[in-house]
Design a protein around this ligand. Sequence first.
Ligand SMILES: [Zn+2]
Length: 247
Amino acid sequence: MDSSIAMEIFAGLGTVGAVGLAAGGYAYASLWPSSQLFGKALIAPQRAGEIALTFDDGPNPAWTPRLLDVLAEHNVKATFFMLGSRAEQEPELVRRVATEGHLIGNHTWSHPNLARTAARRVREELMRTNDVLQQIMGERVRYFRPPFGARRPVVFRIARELGLTPVLWNAMTSDWSETDAEKIAGALAKKIDGLDKSGWAANVVLHDGGHLVQGTDRGPSVNATGMLMTKYKEALRFVRVDAWSEA
Ligand SMILES: [Zn+2]
């Protein structure tokens, strides 16, 4: 069935422009140089009625546990793109995320901008994070999200060599700097509704951690997550991004 095949968006200029516009994602669209091809990244399938909540920059002992409680209250499984350096410090928390049925992906070791990182270091960042996550979870890591959405062809090639599918997003707001949870939820709901109306699933990025400082306050993001789950409980099916994989 076509509907069971996840669409991988070939990240050429035209497609990215369209996705950026559909999602209102100008902030990250601007990170795409205009004349190169970067390889394939998983964003979201052309399929209304589905949503993936994804959380970057954790695990964060100050807020990830609360987020897990809120997700459990709504019986929603989400996707966490973790920093290897933070995971190494919080193995119990990583295990809890995995045990509660969430998908864990690689978000590099130290959150560099991979568009400006030497290939050898890109490989180290990804391998080291894979190693620590796999050691904690006892399971292979299969997904990777580049910090800042920044990338270049060699980054995707290295990721693929390490068995990682690059994952981007199509719904984002500045939840990392907004203190009003209702504003975060409202901005994302607008994007989610727009995507759904045009027949696309929503790949929503939020933050349970902060890449600069451990223990960052993510109360607004966690509360916005609760609001989104309440709002879309009936209308949308919440999935992990691996529900959209071809494999
Ligand atoms: Zn990040």
